[in-house]
Design a binder for this molecule. Sequence first.
Ligand SMILES: *Cc1c(COP(=O)(O)O)cnc(C)c1O
Length: 385
Amino acid sequence: MPAEARPGPPPKAPRPPVPFLDLRAPYAELRAGLDAAWARVMGSGRFVLGPEVEAFEAEFAAYCGGAHCVSVGDGGSALELILRGLGIGPGDEVIVPAHTFVATWLAVSATGARPVPAEVDEHTWTLDAAAVAAAVTPRTRAVIPVHLYGHPADLRALRACAGRYGLALVEDAAQAPGARVDGRRIGSGDSTVAFSLYPGKNLGAVGDGGAVVTSDGELARRIRLLRNYGCEVKYRHEVRGTNSRLDELQAAVLRVKLEVLDEWNARRADVAKRYLAAWDGLPGLTLPRVAPWAAPVWHLFVVRCARREELRRLLEAAGVETLIHYPVPVHRSGAYADAGLPAGAFPLSERLADEVLSLPIGPHLSAGQVERVVTALEEAFTRIG
Ligand SMILES: *Cc1c(COP(=O)(O)O)cnc(C)c1O
């Protein structure tokens, strides 16, 4: 058979010198430990709800400083099962940020409740407590702040607001494992938090995964039932649950990666520090701000620029890949076209969708790659003027 007729994979586009994310790098760094973890599970014959899951839950709860961890199939399910565990459903309202990943809203919709958006804060781009207060109705049951881009929402203000109106506070920390508010880790103390363990997140599996961390033992027990067809004892189905379980292979991988989470978050913070120092004062560019009470984990490094498309093209030409988180506000997406929320309903969130740009950041960017991003952005701004 002539070479050109042989079937094979389609040619790949060359990777840019600074790709947005390279998920081969974590494996390269942790290969020995990950291979051993994987082999241990393969040889054990236990694949669902076994010792690795139990150990991961104990270790992740301890890491967060939380009382209970229940692992689940993904981050969206973590949110949904928390809400179901709280008894939230049809007829209820749950306040969510207008500026977030769609999964925050979808988790509410999946319970039959209605997601009610509220505007975010101008500086942290996370849920604004005053906007939440204005969105409360007699049907409101809970509020879901999102620790977006790895920067925590203002939990002090949001906790006070939730307390005032008798709402459950459920945190979406998909992007923020390890972040701190007033020196305390997300998930510690008196809280209920959903985490995503999706491969690209700060603590990433090699497939889907999620976790709930909560101080509420009874809620943890209900979520344990819900994730496993409603049973704790096999074939005794106490409630109408679902199948949303973390598997043993993922748990084993996550245990290896949890050991380096703090170090990898620190490497992200080093990159952020370099970017912030290099670009301080560039006209036309808004850098991410860190609130004085917050220690973010830099899931993303997001800048704002009115001439974003131009900036993006110039960076791409300089070999720097960027992404947009997120280009369409949730209330303007097809998924919520029937929600009756017109353009202009959330002006800041809509402006953010038009202006935000995510630059490469992560524990595996080389010093050379970081400097390439620094220079590329500076040069782009001399062109944009
Ligand atoms: C990733 C993410 C989710 C959903 O997590 P999955 O594991 O993909 O289901 C929810 N909320 C936010 C803010 C996220 O970034």
